[in-house]
Design a protein. Structure first.
Length: 203
């Protein structure tokens, strides 16, 4: 029986900044992505996350926003209304970039946590391009990855409780590209981490 070869996964760290909790009523204002590495049957091979990157700032799609959410990124909605890329153009360019960097592999969106960023990214891709280069489920949540390796409940996980050697030395700036690069380094460290060692013998 022939062994079916599985294409490797190209892990792409993605971070978005938005002005509210859900897409549609609110807008994705910036999108950053960085190639984190390749995963195949032999394991994970990290890439230099600054080598292949993507960044766009987008025009808001509605007049609604949550001031507290907008303040996180510090982006100016009025400026983006004048200078931000049209969502159709930005998401088409992003799709083209993903396909180019993942040639021969299957792209996987990776986030920390993935749920929020994936929700906006997937909605925007379907709404403005009609398709997703990641399919409907091609995402990896680094928070879940850490929880499984550490043997912890998911809701107990926070970056502040992780071993420091797993974290990137880069600052989390809430600039989408900066944070995508930072999270790519976290993913590479998590992929290489065997998990915590055995607990010391109390006896």
């Amino acid at each position: 029986m022939a062994v079916r070869r599985t294409r490797p996964s190209l892990c792409i760290s993605v971070d978005i900044e938005a002005d509210g909790p859900i897409p549609g009523p609110y807008s994705m204002l910036s999108l950053g992505a960085a190639v984190a590495g390749t995963q195949d049957a032999e394991g994970f091979t990290a890439a230099d996350p600054t080598r292949h990157t993507f960044y766009r700032e987008l025009r808001p799609i509605s007049t609604e926003f949550v001031p507290e959410a907008l303040a996180v990124s510090g982006l100016d909605r009025e400026r983006l209304g004048r200078e931000g890329a049209e969502p159709v153009a930005a998401l088409t360019e992003f799709t083209d970039w993903v396909r180019e960097v993942s040639a021969g592999a299957q792209p996987v969106m990776c986030g920390y946590p993935a749920a929020f960023d994936w929700m906006f990214l997937y909605w925007y891709l379907i709404r403005f391009t009609g398709a997703s280069p990641f399919g409907h489920s091609g995402c990896l949540d680094m928070k879940t990855l850490y929880a499984v390796k550490a043997g912890l409940p998911l809701r107990a996980v926070a970056k502040g409780t992780m071993p420091r050697h797993l974290l990137s030395r880069r600052r989390h700036t809430h600039h989408a590209l900066d944070d995508a690069v930072e999270q790519a380094e976290l993913l590479a460290n998590l992929m290489a981490w065997p998990g915590p060692g055995p607990a010391p013998d109390a006896g």
